[in-house]
Write a protein that binds this ligand. Structure first.
Ligand code: SAM
Length: 199
């Protein structure tokens, strides 16, 4: 993706780098470097959000600001947790798709506690929203496109896997919509905005 951006995006003042925001080592040229840092739908995938918040704090200049939108948990967590323990499908890497605090009773509290320890003065809220898939093809296509276990599954077992996956998703995550064949997918999201108070 970074190579693609370097080749195709013409923004003379931009440079593209790959960086694991969970890393325990921040490159020296990233320390106290940025006025603004933002992310969308990424922080629920990092294994250690507290480290990520501390890194964002360390990469901001004094008085720098950060804005992040992420999900407190993934609605698919319950499905992938089942598949992690499944006798046949458990070995295909579903744990990679679980959100950061997938087993916590209150993931949003976990994010707030991580923020409390990060040094930020912050605003945090949880909003509720939903998405309506207009037909079966659309929701099935969506859940296939975000499933990173699929490349690990042998081709001749894929239909059997998809049948179970779609049953679990349909039974656990989706509600019938008002238009025939449509499905509603409920999700919460977190909005976090913070400043690095200069000392
Ligand atoms: C669902 S995509 C969102 C992409 C984009 N922000 C958007 O809104 O369309 C999640 C992104 O989080 C990134 N991501 C996941 N873990 C990360 C980490 N530890 N460090 C940096 N980025 C990470 C992935 O590379 C991916 O681009």
């Amino acid at each position: 993706m970074v190579d693609y951006a370097r080749r195709h995006i013409v923004m003379p003042k931009c440079e593209f780098y790959e960086f694991d925001v969970n890393s325990e080592h921040i490159p020296s040229n990233f320390q106290s470097r940025f006025d603004y840092i933002f992310s969308f739908f990424a922080l629920m995938y990092v294994k250690n959000p507290e480290q990520a918040f501390k890194n964002i704090h360390a990469m901001l200049k004094p008085n720098g600001r950060t804005f992040n939108v992420f999900l407190p948990f993934l609605p698919t967590d319950s499905v992938y947790r089942k598949l992690c323990k499944h006798e046949k499908w458990g070995k295909y890497g579903h744990e990679q798709m679980l959100s950061s605090y997938s087993s916590a009773a209150s993931p949003e509290n976990c994010y707030q506690q991580a923020l409390d320890r990060s040094g930020f003065k912050y605003y945090f809220s949880v909003e509720k929203t939903s998405y309506t898939f207009s037909n079966e093809e659309e929701w099935k296509g969506f859940f296939i496109s975000i499933n990173t276990a699929i490349p690990n599954i042998p081709d001749d077992e894929l239909d059997e896997y998809k049948e179970l996956l779609f049953n679990l998703i349909n039974n656990e995550l989706l509600i019938d919509g008002s238009v025939k064949g449509s499905k509603i997918y409920n999700l919460d999201y977190c909005v976090m905005s913070a400043s690095k108070i200069s000392s």
